[in-house]
Design a protein around this ligand. Structure first.
Ligand code: ZN
Length: 86
């Protein structure tokens, strides 16, 4: 799954064997998370991982490229200030 939202792109790739890569990419940088799911365990919801990666990208880069992704995934200004996911 790859979603273009303005200048930033959200890419989610299942790499097999319980490994999933979630990445936010813009012209400034790429921020990613690798999710490792043990056999028999439930994977965390992709939307939750996406929210964390979007927030990390925004905090690290300080660019406005993720504005539409933040709006779409509900990453609020409050989360940016507190480091929380709400
Ligand atoms: Zn950017």
């Amino acid at each position: 799954m790859s979603t273009k939202e303005g200048a930033a792109t959200l890419d989610v790739r299942d790499l097999g064997d319980g490994v999933r890569l979630v990445a936010v990419d813009c012209r400034h940088a790429t921020t990613s998370a690798t999710v490792l799911v043990p056999v028999g365990a439930a994977a965390p919801p992709t939307v939750d991982v996406a929210r964390v990666v979007i927030q990390r990208h925004y905090v690290a880069e300080g660019c406005a490229c993720t504005a539409r992704l933040r709006q779409r995934y509900g990453v609020t200004a409050k989360a940016m200030r507190t480091g929380g996911a709400t």
